[in-house]
Design a protein. Structure first.
Length: 445
């Protein structure tokens, strides 16, 4: 029974590791880099991990280090990582066999967060079609802007639109520009479209599918959809006000711009930390308070069962509701007239605390292996674990030890702390003792 429950988790870890290995080999080919010969192995592996884990952290400049072939490999890894290795593998299995084995269904169910194994094949097809459609719409919108404003030829505009659309919808944050999106800080069209792309891609397919059926009747929404939508709206509003207030007078970022440019930059400053990784300002020059606030947004992340990372909005809100219930002395945790069972609370607590532990451990190792301060080390570690991709210009300067630390954080952050732990320990989360031990209440606080 334990082996059966651990099998999907093992499949996920092996699938993602295999994709990283294939990507590393392709990026190490001489035709993948602009300079003659192959580049450093650590940069190829780091970029492959970052792409498969849809993070966007880079140890080399994506636009100048990699050739069009290398950039295409990165884009392919982002697409595979965004839709889910097992999701794509399920489609291939269906095409070859015309059916799914139970092990295939369980693996796809774990990666796609499907509740009914028998409906995995149908669900996977809908997920892929949905995200490809979103990418197409975003690409068309970006192409219009690139073609009419920035690019002189159709091929150049099409490539820029194609690259940034896939990177945006999959919340990867890779850009072909050395300054990422800083050159577009005043362009509401590009910043706005990519912000919407990252939000839609990051809220998760369960919310999108439910909105398609009942967007006019919020009373029929499930608790998951309510938490995701209201939590996303609240965090976006909070992040917008925070970024605008803290960076308004900062001459190193948006202090010298007009109010329109400041508002556009703030839109990106609140949307992109939701695990997208694009940056319209240089995060190496923002105020320390902005770094802390952005780090909190990154750690929370986006919606479940989407391309976003972090501990997820639902996890954060459930823990906040549990804390509020304890403060009020209530025995049950209730949200929107629905009670939260103890199993869900334990799972949320496990995800959050394991995330804190991983970020703290990663930050300490980064500080030991370099001369980074605590704020920069923790920012980089959080960005890696939450698969965001924002950097305070630190990642390219790290030594191999620091890059390995970020790779581990990206991989674990994408696969998921619980999934990763389950795959390693091969233990079921549903073990039940046949006896009950005596109760004791230690002093808390």
């Amino acid at each position: 029974m334990r082996a059966l429950m651990a099998t999907p988790a093992r499949y996920l870890v092996v699938a993602y590791a295999l994709a990283v290995a294939i990507g590393s080999i392709l990026l190490e080919l001489p035709i993948a880099t602009q300079a003659p010969g192959s580049g450093p192995v650590v940069d190829a592996v780091f970029t492959s991990v970052s792409a498969v884990c849809i993070t966007g952290l880079t140890s080399v400049d994506t636009g100048t280090h990699w050739t069009p072939f290398g950039q295409t490999v990165i884009l392919g890894l982002v697409q595979v990582g965004g839709l889910g290795i097992v999701t794509l593998a399920t489609l291939f299995t269906v095409a070859l066999r015309g059916r799914l084995r139970m092990s295939d269904q369980k693996a796809a169910q774990a990666d796609a967060h499907a509740d009914e194994p028998g409906r995995v094949r149908h669900l996977v097809g809908r997920i892929v079609r949905l995200y490809l459609l979103i990418e197409l719409v975003v690409m068309v919108l970006l192409f219009i802007r690139f073609r009419t404003t920035y690019e002189h030829d159709v091929a150049g505009a099409l490539w820029q639109a194609f690259f940034h659309a896939i990177s945006g919808v999959n919340n990867a944050g890779f850009s072909t520009h050395s300054d990422n999106l800083i050159r577009y800080v005043s362009d509401l069209w590009i910043i706005g479209v990519l912000s919407l792309a990252t939000i839609i891609g990051g809220i998760g397919y369960p919310v999108i599918f439910e909105l398609r059926k009942a967007w006019r009747t919020p009373s029929r929404w499930t608790l998951h959809t309510r938490l995701t939508l209201f939590g996303t709206a609240g965090l976006l509003a909070l992040g917008f006000v925070m970024f605008l207030a803290l960076e308004w007078a900062n001459p190193a970022t948006i202090g010298g711009h007009g109010w329109h440019e400041k508002v556009v930059a703030a839109i990106g400053g609140t949307a992109f930390p939701r695990t997208a990784g694009f940056n319209a300002v240089d995060y190496g020059l923002v105020r320390p308070e902005t770094l802390v606030g952005t780090q909190a947004l990154m750690f929370i992340g986006g919606g479940s069962a989407g391309t976003a990372g972090g501990i997820k909005i639902t996890t954060f809100l459930i823990l906040a509701a549990a804390m509020w219930a304890e403060i009020r002395g209530e025995s049950d945790v209730v949200i929107a007239h629905r009670s939260i069972n103890s199993s869900t609370l334990r799972q949320a607590l496990t995800v959050a605390l394991s995330g804190v532990a991983l970020v703290m451990t990663g930050a300490v190792i980064l500080m030991l292996s370099s001369d980074l301060s605590l704020d920069l080390a923790s920012f980089e570690a959080t960005s890696a674990f939450a698969t965001v991709g924002l950097s305070a210009n630190v990642t390219p300067t790290l030594d191999p030890v620091g890059k390995v630390v970020l790779m581990v954080l990206m991989f674990v952050g994408r696969v998921g702390p619980i999934t990763f732990a389950t795959s390693m320990a091969m233990r079921s989360r549903y073990r039940h003792r046949r006896y009950q031990l005596p109760h004791e209440r230690p002093i808390i606080g």
